[in-house]
Design a binder for this molecule. Structure first.
Ligand code: DAT
Length: 172
């Protein structure tokens, strides 16, 4: 059976992992957290002192994922989206949260002042949405609210319906 590939992207802390994990348990699609994948395989090429985080070796990440992506049925979660091949994804969801909500979530994560401010700014200016629109066809890019549990439930139901329809459309 042919299955779609889905990209979940957003500023960190907005809710990709929460949605991705819940979706995978209810859809049977595989879930890949690119941050975890990079950590496990040490797919880094340097370290960012200012943001206190390693910098991804994007080419190695793409090589690592290529086979699974061509098989289909993968939900990819990452806070960046312009280095994945456009052909990989059948739909792209950009999650969004209100500033006050996101601020609290990032504060809880213990982000330093600069990282916190920059991420809030990233959300205010819809950087990930712009990046998704620049990287994928506009008609496959969708924004989803991710402020409260009801949003999560609505998003899951909407995406499950989309998956079901996609499978029907591609079986024959
Ligand atoms: P991300 O993967 O984008 O970094 P996450 O899934 O780890 O974000 O979520 C960050 C925090 O926000 C986590 O404590 C769970 C919470 N959260 C996510 N989506 C939510 C929602 N729709 N309603 C309430 N809390 C949510």
């Amino acid at each position: 059976m042919l299955l779609p590939n889905i990209l979940l992207t957003s500023t960190p802390g907005v809710g990709k992992t929460t949605l991705g994990k819940e979706l995978t348990s209810r859809s049977g699609l595989k879930y890949i957290n690119v941050g975890d994948l990079a950590r496990e395989g040490q797919l880094y090429d340097s370290y960012d002192e200012e943001y206190e985080c390693p910098i991804l070796d994007e080419d190695r990440v793409v090589d690592e994922l290529e086979n699974q992506m061509s098989e289909g049925g993968v939900i990819v979660d990452y806070h960046d989206c312009d280095f994945f091949p456009e052909r990989w994804f059948h739909i792209v969801f950009v999650l969004q949260a209100d500033n006050s909500v996101l601020y609290k979530r990032l504060e809880t994560r213990g982000y330093n002042e600069k990282k916190l401010k920059d991420n809030i700014q990233c959300e205010i200016f819809q950087v990930l949405y712009e990046e998704a629109l620049a990287s994928y066809k506009e008609e496959i890019v969708h924004q989803l609210p991710s402020n409260k549990p009801e949003n999560l439930e609505d998003n899951i139901n909407q995406i499950l319906k989309w998956i079901e329809q996609w499978i029907k459309d591609h079986s024959s």
